[in-house]
Design a binder for this molecule. Structure first.
Ligand code: PMP
Length: 402
């Protein structure tokens, strides 16, 4: 190791630290509603376990009750041994994909994560001579996918469909294929796409519509199939991606799409082909949780009630939020102030974490509060009251505005 290189990397870390942007790992231990952070109990306001399934011990117990001598390795095994295309495609994969296909009415393909899916799909489908139009606030995994693709790409202003149409009018004829890519509920702003409008635009301009439902699967729609179900356009979206890592309390992701596209991905998609398959036990759990999720109407309604309550509480603070979902970012603006606020909140037992540029646009540092069905109204009330007091104590708001 050349010491000079280490010094350069350390200097960059010091610079990040000084600007309030240094990322640090913390050990989190959850048990029911309690979350221990480095050993201290806190109220968890940053979990993506939106329906509380990851903390449901009874549910886990029920799952493991299905384990028997005959299926202990095929369905509950801890290692897949290879990629799906070699000898890693154990029975739960097909069973899971069949269930997803039945729910959506379209073929499904399972991947190791949402990151794998978004990184791998666009470079395969969008080639040289094609154009990708991506919402400016799409997740980093989508951005990485479009950067890896040989296609040209442009980012339209967040949720600005007039801008999208302007780009389509100007550019459509210059390209063979055009892809429109959006999240449905946006991970950092909690606002939502107008999918019927995007479907219409895609049809008019002969474009392919790719939707990432990471933050709406399980939460939105009658059966929890996401915003596309809620907005009645499941059949009009060309490819839909949904990870298992949020409301579905697991790991992995699936895409639903035409059979030709599924087969094309199996043959060409590098993050599908060149990675070890997830363990059978994880895929069996995904199947179990997917089936459970379809029936979890009451949990969805509970989350919805909490969301309305939290919005009322937030409106009494000096902060605003662009949210239309259970992801309720509290926009602070300045990086350092956001970090200080989060630190104070943590000292007072609230785990609300700062999200800073480059994850979000400059000047919009925020506390990304995400609501889960496990939270209680009185806990949220206490959190927002504390936030309110801290904002004034730390000079984030002019006291005359109190
Ligand atoms: N898409 C979106 C919108 C996400 O927010 C995330 C994760 N934060 C991913 C994809 C990646 O999914 P995974 O965690 O399964 O890699």
């Amino acid at each position: 190791m050349i010491p000079e290189h280490l010094n350069e990397w350390q200097a960059e870390l010091n610079r990040l630290d000084a600007s309030g942007s240094l990322r640090r790992l913390r050990t989190i231990q959850t048990d029911g509603s309690k979350t221990l952070v480095n050993g201290r109990p806190m109220l968890n306001l940053c979990s993506n376990d939106y329906l509380g399934f990851a903390q449901d011990r009874e549910l886990q117990q029920k799952f493991f009750e299905n384990c028997s001598e005959s299926n202990a390795l095929s369905h509950f095994g801890m290692g897949a041994s290879s990629s799906r295309l070699l000898c890693g495609n154990h029975p739960p994969y097909q069973e899971l994909e069949d269930d997803i296909e039945q729910a959506y009415g379209k073929p499904a393909l399972f991947f190791n994560s949402g990151y794998h899916a978004n990184l791998g799909i666009l470079p395969v489908l969008a080639q040289k001579g094609d154009l990708i139009l991506s919402d400016k606030l799409n997740h980093a995994s989508i951005t990485d996918g479009l950067r890896l693709s040989q296609a040209d790409f442009l980012r339209y202003r967040h949720l600005d469909y007039e801008h999208l149409e302007k780009l389509l009018r100007k550019k459509r004829s210059q390209y063979k294929r055009v892809f429109i890519v959006t999240e449905s509920v946006f991970s950092m702003d909690g606002d939502a796409a107008n999918l019927p409008s995007l479907c219409k635009t895609a049809k008019v301009y002969g474009a392919f519509l790719y939707v990432d439902e990471a933050h709406s699967i399980g939460v939105r729609g009658e059966r929890g199939l996401g915003l596309a179900e809620e907005q009645g356009v499941l059949n009009d979206i060309d490819l839909l991606v949904a990870p298992f890592g949020k409301a579905m309390a697991s790991q992995g992701a699936f895409a639903v799409c035409h059979k030709t596209i599924k087969d094309y991905l199996i043959n060409h998609m590098r993050p599908f082909i060149f990675t070890t398959a997830l363990p059978p036990v994880t895929v069996s759990w995904n199947r179990f949780i997917f089936r459970h999720m379809l029936q979890a109407k009451e949990k969805r309604a509970e989350l919805n009630r909490l969301e309305r309550f939290a919005r009322k509480c937030l409106n009494k603070t000096p902060f605003s939020s662009p949210s239309e979902s259970n992801i309720l970012p509290v926009i602070v603006g300045d990086n350092q102030q956001c970090v200080i606020l989060a630190e104070h909140l943590q000292k007072m037992g609230f785990l609300a974490l700062p999200v800073r540029p480059p994850t979000v646009p400059k000047g919009t540092a925020r506390l990304r509060v995400s609501l889960t069905a496990q939270l209680k109204e009185e806990e949220l009330d206490s959190f927002f009251n504390t936030l309110h007091s801290l904002a004034y104590e730390n000079g984030l708001v002019n006291p005359s505005e109190q």
